[in-house]
Design a protein around this ligand. Structure first.
Ligand code: AP5
Ligand code: MG
Ligand code: ZN
Length: 214
């Protein structure tokens, strides 16, 4: 199964992907996570990405398409993949279509996790992530057992530099101008399914799993 998760910043794409990929045995390809890893390692990609990501702006299409082309071509994507945060623009979607044709694959399903704009600020500014393993928490909605420590690995929980009010406003603008038009792109291809991302985390997972069973 080749799946895409779409949704605005803070919709729960990463949270749901963590639940789903274990059940399906496919890799979770988060372009945001790939960029944050490159930034923390200080690679040339990381240095280029930093100027955009930390401002809440999109990284140029060519860079993102290159990352995904390399990632999808790896052996672990043979049996399927879950894309989280890519494509985010029409040119990225078109490049993905071409890439998949050349690999003899296609997208099976695009799941749009919808959450009203008013909730997204709370979701993002309240988020904490584990510095070591990347696990995601929320100070109120999904708190760790011990404050400031990861349940999984005891790593330190930190806030993403782009999770403050001003950067989130920029990210939402980027999303609504550049990414929201993609919903129509996939709707026209008959691939789009919507889930209500305002339910609790388990209920959203349940709805996604039922779509995958259909
Ligand atoms: P990325 O990391 O993908 O950020 P994003 O799209 O803004 O999405 P988030 O990761 O913020 O949200 P999410 O939907 O994963 O929510 P989560 O599950 O964490 O990208 C970062 C940056 O990289 C971009 O801004 C851009 O600069 C660059 N980039 C990446 N891909 C790119 C591309 N293709 N092109 C160009 N640039 C690109 O949940 C959020 C919070 O809510 C958590 O605290 C969680 O615990 C909580 N929560 C989750 N679900 C629920 C629920 N059901 N109820 C209550 N709380 C919940
Ligand atoms: Mg995410
Ligand atoms: Zn951890």
């Amino acid at each position: 199964m080749n799946i895409i998760f779409m949704g605005p910043p803070g919709a729960g794409k990463g949270t749901q992907a963590e639940q789903i990929v274990h059940k399906l045995g496919i890799p979770h390809i988060s372009t945001g996570d790939e960029l944050r890893l490159a930034m923390s390692q200080g690679t040339p990609l990381g240095l280029e990405a930093k100027q955009y990501v930390n401002q809440g702006l999109y990284v140029p299409d060519e860079v993102m398409i290159g990352i995904v082309r390399e990632r999808i071509s790896r052996p672990d994507s043979k049996s399927g993949f879950l894309l989280d945060g890519f494509p985010r623009t029409i040119p990225q979607a078109e490049a993905l279509d071409q890439l998949l044709v050349s690999l003899g694959k296609r997208i099976d399903l695009v799941i749009y996790i919808s959450v009203a704009r008013e909730q997204l600020l709370d979701r993002t500014t309240g988020r904490r992530i584990c510095k070591e393993c990347g696990a995601t928490y929320h100070i109120r909605n999904n708190p760790p057992k011990t404050e400031g420590r990861c349940d999984r690995c005891s790593g330190e929980l930190i806030q993403r530099p782009d999770d403050n009010e001003q950067k989130v406003a920029t990210r939402l603008d980027e999303y609504f101008t550049k990414t929201a038009p993609l919903l129509k792109y996939y709707e026209q291809k008959n691939l789009l399914q919507q889930v209500d991302g305002e339910q609790d985390i388990q209920a959203v997972t349940g709805q996604i799993l039922s779509l995958l069973r259909d």
